[in-house]
Design a protein around this ligand. Structure first.
Ligand SMILES: NC(=O)c1ccc[n+]([C@@H]2O[C@H](COP(=O)([O-])OP(=O)(O)OC[C@H]3O[C@@H](n4cnc5c(N)ncnc54)[C@H](O)[C@@H]3O)[C@@H](O)[C@H]2O)c1
Length: 251
């Protein structure tokens, strides 16, 4: 794995923050050509300038045309797309009665539509090359469910099924499609969409109550698994949902 990424082109959505950013840092450290796609211009520029990467691509993954244009631009500029990491995501923290039409559409638009648009745009290039890897961000909530985040749970269940369906559609095309399903990870998303951001004590109480290892994950602990799934060491893995959750779903 130490040299195989040196000539590979990696596109990471949501690369301006959290686990997307941690994945960008890992791939860049392995010598890959990494392109950051995000709607957050300041965050994306910060990551790219810190790592000496090219200019980020800015846009909303919920827009199909934007996704197609971004993928085509990567291939036009770098000649190939070897790895697509779909980390862009959003959450709405409410049960169904607290979820408006707009809340529902926003979560589905980013987490499901956006991931589908990016995968569909990337696949023809990967199929033509006879090789390619997609790593999607699912969640523990895509499998076991959770109270108080209906749209998010549904969206992540869809991500898991999208991952399996695409993997089987393209299993003979040289394209592998897998997902990571993280548990509770210490990123800005943990505080987003809440009336009051959780304190460090609140987060430790959450970990003590719900996580077998009794600690949140560092984003880099998920990024390491993303890189593994993108690497040739995972050559016999496709359609897999890899939980990285400190034993949460083992119970
Ligand atoms: N943090 C957790 O505990 C956790 C657990 C399981 C799964 N996940 C999933 O992991 C992925 C990464 O989450 P994170 O915790 O690193 O979150 P984060 O909020 O730190 O980063 C998400 C990134 O996605 C970008 N983004 C959001 N909507 C976008 C859009 N419409 N278009 C383009 N970019 C957009 C944001 O600007 C941000 O840079 C998400 O899919 C999330 O659902 C998070």
């Amino acid at each position: 794995m130490t040299t195989e990424f040196a000539d590979r082109v990696v596109l990471v959505t949501g690369g301006a923050s959290g686990m997307g950013e941690a994945s960008v840092r890992r791939f860049a450290g392995l010598g890959a050509t990494v392109v950051v796609f995000d709607r957050d211009a300041d965050g994306a520029s910060r990551v790219c300038s810190e790592l000496g990467l090219g200019a980020p691509m800015l846009g909303d993954v919920a827009d199909s045309a934007v996704c197609s244009a971004a993928v085509n631009e990567v291939v036009a500029e770098h000649g190939r797309l070897d790895v697509l990491v779909n980390a862009a995501g959003t959450i709405h923290r409410a049960d169904s009665l607290g979820t408006t039409d707009d809340d529902w559409r926003r979560v589905m638009g980013v987490n499901v539509d956006g991931m589908f648009w990016m995968c569909r745009a990337a696949l023809p290039h990967m199929i033509e090359a006879g090789r390619g890897v997609i790593v999607n961000f699912g969640s523990i909530w895509g499998g076991v469910g959770s109270a108080g985040s209906t749209a998010y749970c549904v969206s992540k269940g869809a991500v898991h099924q999208l991952t399996k369906a695409l993997a089987l559609d393209h299993v003979l095309d040289g394209v592998r499609v897998n997902a990571v399903a993280p548990g509770e990870v210490n990123t800005p998303m943990l505080a987003s969409e809440r009336a009051t951001p959780p304190s460090a004590e609140d987060l430790q109480a959450l970990a003590d109550a719900t996580i077998p290892m009794k600690r949140l994950a560092d984003p880099d602990e998920i990024a390491g698994v993303v890189v593994f799934l993108a690497s040739d060491d995972a050559s016999y893995m496709t359609g897999e949902i890899v939980h990285v959750d400190a034993g949460y779903t083992a119970r």
